[in-house]
Design a protein around this ligand. Structure first.
Ligand SMILES: Nc1ncnc2c1ncn2[C@@H]1O[C@H](COP(=O)(O)OP(=O)(O)OP(=O)(O)O)[C@@H](O)[C@H]1O
Ligand SMILES: [Mg+2]
Length: 879
C-alpha cells in the first residue's frame, strides 16, 4: 500500500482495534467510513460510495452527517451490526498536527440505548454465557435500557438454548474458547449477534451488583457481561440493578418450539404480534406494563399462591369498574420510568425527559390511592416499602422549565427562582432587552421616523434601521453607520453597543450556568434510580393486572380454580385468539375433562374440524391461568402444570438444516424425556411425516410410553383410526372426536368435541373447499370409491380367512392387537394401508408357522413326527 496521510494512519490504528464494528470516524460535521466499512455501509444504508485521494491511492469512503447519524446507526444496529463511534477529543483549532480522536462508545444490538432499534413494549436483552464444568452453563441477562440483571444456571446446552430463547436476545456474549459448533447453533437458532469477552475477573465498582450471589462461578458469568458492557458503552452502569438469581424450574417450562407453536407473543409465520396471545391480552397503558406482560406470558408461574394473588387483584379490578377506569387514566400519564432512569444513569437524559419523569411522578400518589381503595391485600402488599418519589417530583417541579428545548446546552432549561445567580443574569438580559425596546420608542419620537426600528442579527448584533426614503429626516451624526442594504441603512450607537455586550455576556453566562445546574440536577436524580426502578416495577404490575381485568371483562373470561389434585375440568372453553379472529359468537365452545380414567385423549375427526384448535386451547388456557389472567370458559378447574410440550403444526426447521420428521422426533424426544406426571403434552398428528406403517407404530408406542411411564396429561390427535382401539387397552385413555355432519352433499363442521371415535375423514371435501380444480376433485372421488370397494372386498376375504383359521383352531396374532374390534383407517388415498393389510396377512401366517416351529420340542420328538410337523407347516404356509 502506498504511504498514507497521518490522519489515515490514525484511522487505521484505531480501526485495527475494532475489527468487528463499523468505525464511524468523526471528521468535522460528518462521520466518515473507509475501506471495507465504507463499501459495506454504502450498500446497507443505501448511501453513495465515494473515494478519498487520487489514482491508485484512492480509498473507498462514505459518510453520514453528524446531525442525522442516529437514524443510520439505528439501521445498522437493527441489522445486527456494531458501530464504534470515534470522536474528535480536542478542539481542531487548538490541535497541533492531526486532531486527537478516540472511540467513545461502541453501540451494539444488545447495548443500544435509544433510537428506533428499540421497541417501546419490548425488552432489549444482552445475554452472557459461560460454560461450567460438566455440561453446565451460567447465563446472565441484562437489559441496559431498564437496568434488569438476571442470572441462572442450566443443566445442559439444550436447556440453555431454551432458556435463552425466552429472552429473545439480540446479542450474546461468549468466551472466545466457546466451541465453534455451539457458536453456530446459537447464531442459527437464536438469530443473534455473537460477541466475545474472555475476562471474568471481578470489577470493583460492580461488586455490589453480584454481592447477593452465593455461587462464585455465576459471579464470573456476571462479570463477563459487566466487563463487556463497560468496554462497549464506556459509561456509568449505575442503573444496573443487583443481579437476581432464579431457577428456570420456578417457571412453567416450555421449549422454544412450543412457545413458537403456541404463538404466545408472535405468530408463527409472520412474526407479528397481531394474532398472538399477547395481542389478545395486551390492554396495558404503559410501555413498562407492556414489557412486563410479555415477560409474564413467557414465564408462567408455578407457585399457586402467587398466581392466586394475581387472580385476586384482577378480580377486584373487574368488580370495581370506576376504580379501574381511574387507574387506566392515571397510568396513561406515566411515561417509561425504567428507561428514563436508564438514560439518567447513562448520561443522555435531556430536559424533556426530566419533564416526563416529573409528569409521571405526579400520577403516582393517585395511582397508590386508587389501588388502596380496591382493598386488595395483594395490591397493598405490592406497594409496601415502595416510595412514591415525591421528593424527586418537587425537585423537578422547582427546577426544570416545562417547555424546555431538547438541547441541554442552549439554555431555557431551568426555571426562574431556582438559582439566584441565574436570575441575576436573566434580569440583566431582560433589563437590557427592555432598555432596547424603550430605545426604539424614544428614537421614533425624537426623529419623527415612524418606520424606525431596532433589530438584531447574529453577525452585527443590535442595530437601528432606517429605510432609504426616511434618511433625509435623520439628524446628521446622530448614529454611526454600520451596514447598507438595498432599501435601508443600519446604524449603531455607543450606548446600544454597551447594552449589547451586557446582554450577550449575561446570555453566555446564563447558558453555561444552566448547563452546570442541569448536570447537578441530573446527579440528584441519579440518587433516585433504585427507588424509581422499584416504583416502575409495581406500576408495571398494576398495569398488567388492570389489562387482565379489562380483557377478562370484555371477553367474558372467568377466574380459573387451581387445584393440587391435578384434574382438568374446563366448561365451555374457547381458544382466546381464534374466537377473536372469527365473527363474534361463531366460536363453538368445548369442555375439556382430564381426570381419573381419562388423562389421555385421543382426538380424531375430519380435517378442518378443529382438532389442533382444541389442543392449543387447553395449552393457552393453562398458560393464561398461570400468568394470573382469567380464562375463556364458563368454568375452569386446572392443575398447575410444570411444563407444556407441544408438537403442533408443521413448524419446519428446514432453515436450520433439519427435516420435518426429524424435528418432530426431536420434539417428541424432548417431551418424553423431560415431562413428568404434572406436565401437559400435546401431540398433533405425530408420525404423519413418514410412511403409514412407521408412523402408526411410532404413534402407538409414544402413546403407550406416555401412558405407562410418564402419566402426563396428554392430548393426541391423529388421522390413524386404528389407534382408536387403544381405548380398550389403556386404562386412562379415551377417544374423543370433533364432529361434522353431512348435509345435502356438503359437510358442516360442528367443531364440537364429543366422546367416541370419528367415523369419517372428509379429506376430499376439504380439498374441495380449497378450490382445487373440479376435474381433479371428481377424479379423487372416483379413486376413493374404487379404494373403498377394494377395501371392502379385502375385508370380506380377510374375514373368510379369519373364520377358516378360527375353525382350524389357530390363534391370531395381530400387529395392532385387537384390530377387528376397532374402526378401520379412513385415509384419503389408502393404497399404503392396503399394502400394509396384505403384508400383515403374510406376516400373520408366517408368524404362526414360526411360533409353532419355535415351540416344537425337538428333544421329545421322533423323526417321523418331525417330518409330519414339517409337512403341516409347509401346508399352512402354502394355504
Ligand atoms: N371451536 C371452534 N369454533 C369455531 N371455529 C373453529 C373451532 N375450532 C376450529 N375452528 C375453525 O376451524 C379451523 C380449522 O381448525 P383446526 O386447524 O383446529 O382443524 P384440524 O382438525 O386440526 O384440521 P387438520 O386435520 O387439517 O389439521 C380453524 O382455523 C378455525 O377457524
Ligand atoms: Mg390440525
Amino acid at each position: 500500500m502506498a504511504a498514507v496521510t497521518p490522519m489515515m494512519e490514525q484511522y487505521l490504528r484505531i480501526k485495527a482495534q475494532y475489527e468487528d464494528a463499523f468505525l464511524f470516524f468523526r471528521l468535522g460535521d460528518f462521520y466518515e467510513l473507509f475501506y471495507e466499512d465504507a463499501k459495506k455501509a454504502a450498500k446497507e444504508l443505501e448511501i453513495t460510495l465515494t473515494a478519498r485521494g487520487k489514482g491508485d491511492d484512492r480509498i473507498p469512503m462514505c459518510g453520514v452527517p453528524y446531525h442525522s447519524s442516529d437514524q443510520y446507526i439505528s439501521q445498522l444496529i437493527e441489522k445486527g451490526y456494531k458501530v464504534a463511534i470515534c470522536e474528535q477529543t480536542e478542539d481542531p483549532a487548538q490541535a497541533k498536527g492531526v486532531v486527537k480522536r478516540e472511540v467513545v462508545q461502541i453501540i451494539t444490538p444488545g447495548t443500544v440505548m435509544e433510537g428506533y432499534a428499540l421497541q417501546e413494549k419490548e425488552n432489549n436483552y444482552l445475554l452472557s454465557v459461560t460454560p461450567f464444568e460438566g455440561n453446565e452453563f451460567g447465563l446472565a441477562g441484562a437489559d441496559m435500557t431498564t437496568g434488569e440483571l438476571m442470572v441462572t444456571t442450566l443443566a445442559d446446552f439444550e436447556e440453555l438454548i431454551n432458556e435463552m430463547a425466552g429472552y429473545r436476545p439480540r446479542e450474546v456474549i461468549v468466551p472466545s474458547t466457546f466451541s465453534e459448533e455451539k457458536q453456530q447453533l446459537l447464531e442459527r437458532r437464536l438469530h443473534v449477534t455473537l460477541s466475545f469477552e474472555d475476562h471474568t475477573e471481578p470489577v470493583e465498582e460492580a461488586a455490589a451488583l453480584v454481592d447477593g450471589l452465593s455461587d462464585g462461578k455465576i459471579k464470573e458469568t456476571c462479570y463477563q457481561l459487566i466487563r463487556y458492557l463497560k468496554q462497549t458503552t464506556k459509561r456509568s452502569l449505575d442503573h444496573l440493578r443487583p443481579a437476581v438469581f432464579y431457577l428456570p424450574q420456578e417457571y412453567m417450562s416450555m421449549d422454544v418450539h412450543s412457545k413458537r407453536n403456541l404463538e404466545l407473543v408472535e405468530t408463527l409465520r409472520e412474526k407479528k404480534k397481531q394474532g398472538s396471545l399477547l395481542w389478545v391480552l395486551d390492554r396495558t397503558e404503559t410501555a413498562m406494563g407492556g414489557r412486563m406482560l410479555k415477560q409474564w406470558i413467557e414465564r408462567p408461574l408455578l407457585n399457586r399462591q402467587t398466581v392466586e394473588k394475581r387472580h385476586e387483584l384482577v378480580g377486584a379490578l373487574i368488580d370495581r369498574f370506576f376504580e379501574r377506569e381511574a387507574l387506566q387514566e392515571q397510568l396513561q400519564g406515566v411515561y417509561d420510568l425504567e428507561r428514563l432512569s436508564g438514560r439518567v444513569a447513562f448520561g443522555n437524559v435531556n430536559g424533556r425527559d426530566l419533564i416526563q419523569l416529573k409528569k409521571s411522578l405526579e400520577k403516582v400518589p393517585d395511582i397508590f390511592e386508587t389501588v388502596k381503595s380496591l382493598e386488595s391485600s395483594f395490591g397493598n402488599s405490592l406497594m409496601e416499602g415502595v416510595g412514591d418519589c415525591q421528593e424527586l417530583r418537587r425537585l423537578l417541579e422547582e427546577s426544570i422549565e416545562e417547555d424546555c428545548p431538547v438541547s441541554i446546552t442552549e439554555g431555557g432549561l431551568i426555571k426562574d427562582g431556582y438559582s439566584e445567580q441565574l436570575d441575576d443574569y436573566r434580569n440583566a438580559m431582560r433589563n437590557g432587552k427592555a432598555w432596547i425596546a424603550a430605545l426604539e420608542k424614544q428614537e421614533k419620537e425624537i426623529t419623527g421616523i415612524r418606520s424606525l426600528k431596532v433589530g438584531f442579527n447574529k453577525v452585527f448584533g443590535y442595530y437601528i434601521e432606517v429605510t432609504k426614503p426616511n434618511l433625509p429626516q435623520l439628524p446628521e451624526g446622530r448614529y454611526e453607520r454600520k451596514q447598507t442594504l438595498t432599501n435601508a441603512e443600519r446604524f449603531i450607537t455607543e450606548e446600544l453597543k454597551e447594552k449589547e455586550a451586557l446582554i450577550l455576556e449575561a446570555e453566555e453566562k446564563s447558558e453555561k450556568l444552566e448547563y452546570e445546574l442541569f448536570m447537578k440536577i441530573r446527579e440528584q436524580v441519579k440518587a433516585f434510580i433504585r427507588p424509581l426502578q422499584q416504583l416502575a416495577n409495581v406500576i408495571s404490575a398494576f398495569d398488567v393486572l388492570q389489562s387482565f381485568a379489562e380483557v377478562a371483562e370484555r371477553n367474558r373470561y372467568v377466574k380459573p380454580e387451581l387445584k393440587a389434585e391435578g384434574e382438568v375440568d374446563i366448561r365451555d372453553g374457547r381458544h382466546p385468539v381464534v374466537e377473536k379472529m372469527i365473527d363474534e359468537g361463531d366460536y363453538v365452545s368445548n369442555d375439556i375433562l382430564l381426570k381419573d380414567d381419562r388423562e389421555l385423549l385421543l382426538i380424531t375427526g375430519p380435517n378442518m374440524a378443529g382438532k389442533s384448535t382444541y389442543m392449543r386451547q387447553l395449552a393457552l388456557i393453562s398458560i393464561m391461568a398461570q400468568t394470573g389472567s382469567y380464562v375463556p370458559a364458563s368454568e375452569a378447574v386446572l392443575p398447575v402444570f410444570d411444563q407444556i410440550f407441544t408438537r403442533i403444526g408443521a413448524a419446519d426447521d428446514l432453515a436450520h438444516g433439519q427435516s420435518t420428521f426429524m424435528v418432530e422426533m426431536l420434539e417428541t424426544k424432548h417431551a418424553v424425556s423431560k415431562s413428568t406426571r404434572n406436565s401437559l403434552i400435546l401431540l398433533d398428528e405425530i408420525g404423519r411425516g413418514t410412511s403409514t406403517y412407521d408412523g402408526m407404530s411410532l404413534a402407538q408406542a409414544i402413546i403407550e410410553y406416555i401412558h405407562d411411564e410418564i402419566g402426563a396429561k396428554t392430548l393426541f390427535s391423529t388421522h390413524y383410526h386404528e389407534l382408536t382401539s387403544l381405548e380398550n387397552k389403556l386404562d386412562r385413555l379415551k377417544n374423543v372426536h370433533v364432529s361434522a355432519k353431512e348435509e345435502d352433499g356438503s359437510v358442516v363442521f360442528l367443531h364440537k368435541v364429543i366422546d367416541g371415535a370419528a367415523d369419517r375423514s372428509y379429506g376430499i371435501y376439504v380439498a374441495e373447499l380449497a378450490e382445487l380444480p373440479d376435474k381433479l376433485i371428481s377424479r379423487a372421488k372416483a379413486i376413493l370409491k374404487e379404494f373403498e370397494q377394494e377395501q371392502s372386498d379385502l375385508k370380506e376375504h380377510k374375514n373368510r380367512v379369519a373364520e377358516e383359521s378360527i375353525q382350524s383352531g389357530q390363534e391370531r396374532t395381530s400387529f395392532f392387537g385387537n384390530e377387528e374390534a376397532g374402526p378401520q383407517q379412513l385415509s384419503l388415498f389408502p393404497e399404503e394401508a392396503e399394502a400394509q393389510e396384505a403384508s400383515r396377512q403374510l406376516n400373520k401366517s408366517q408368524e404362526k408357522v414360526l411360533s409353532q416351529l419355535s415351540s416344537a420340542n425337538l428333544l421329545h420328538i421322533t423323526p417321523i413326527e418331525a417330518i409330519q410337523l414339517l409337512d403341516k407347516l409347509q401346508r399352512n404356509l402354502n394355504n
